[in-house]
Design a protein around this ligand. Sequence first.
Ligand code: GCO
Ligand code: MG
Length: 408
Amino acid sequence: MKITSAQVFVGGPGKNYVTLKIMTDQGVYGLGDATLNNRETLPAAYLQDYLIPALIGMDPRRSEDIWQFFYRGAYFRRGPIAMAAYGAIDMALWDIKGKIAGLPCYDLFGGKSRNGAMVYAHATGADLEDLMDSVQHFVDDGYKAVRVQCGIPGMPSASYAVPEEKGSSTEYMTNFSGIRPKVETWDTGKYMRYMPQALADIRERFGPDLHILHDVHHRLTPREAAAFAKDVEPVDLYWLEDPTVADDQDALKLIRQHSTTPIAIGEVFNSIWDCNKLIENELIDFIRVAATYGGGITQLKRIIDLAGLHHVRTGFHGAPSHSPISMAAQYHLNAWAPNFGIQEYLVLGTPECDALFPHDHLMENGMVYVSDAPGLGVDFDESEATKYSYSAGSHPVVRLQDGTLWNY
Ligand code: GCO
Ligand code: MG
């Protein structure tokens, strides 16, 4: 069996999805997702200029060897751009593997460990009252877990994932459009004084059963993060996400030494080498590396197995920038992983997105039920794809009030 050609498509409804389609001499094809939010043309070029020419003629069944070939063969290892490109190839090869075997990918990993996988929704509000309405909306919809973010009184500009105006909070998505980054202003003191009580109010209002998650989005120093994690202990969060940047991983120890609040990290990681020490030292509770820029299924399976040895559960990144293809790769891993925790969920549901990526993965009452179709169970409609083209976007930058650049 041989790979005969491969093509990259960039575009989608409101998102620049980077979709890879690998064709074989037996008519079976595989799909992968290389979307790297706001840097989408780079993994597309990496695939087109370097990887696809080398792929032609390879045996698609040898996904492990192909992964090693590109990873070791590049000489310059890791990095989100390269790993997104390898990840897309890897997903497409698992998709082909499943289609040849006539089995859904989860069966190739070891079969289902659960009927459905719990997901969490994003509730947000311009202020706390607005956020409460948003949480109520998702609870009414059957969600068992909700991430909560809200505006902070007196904060100079809306903080991470928070709308400026009240009332639109259940469909709110960060607007990344425009090549020049927008600038947000951040005040750590105001956040740290307000947010713990807001989280306590949400717990009080919704009771003990709702899983409440909160994303700090790298905004605190390790000491501040330790103090915050300790402060919110009575709220019994499901997790506190990215409480500090993970560039200095030893700093995570400080948070552990001071609190028992579960910590989730890893959405910006792209290798097992970014998280092996955090896992082995049991400094985190959930690992969030994405199938897309984490190097695909082959790499994520290794991370899942390592995490399982250290009581770390999965909580894969599922921001809307991931296409239904990489989300499906994660659904298959979630169905199998003995140490599955939760899945972030935003991508499915719009009619335009479903038309571009037909599938029958099912989301119901806050649970995802993975499709039983062979492979990843997602298709790609090329005629739909002609409706979309690339449009440049950018992450905002964050400054403190005196102008110092901070972490988005
Ligand atoms: C999350 C993330 C995202 C990121 C986005 C950046 O938890 O879903 O923090 O919202 O900000 O993926 O590209
Ligand atoms: Mg996050």
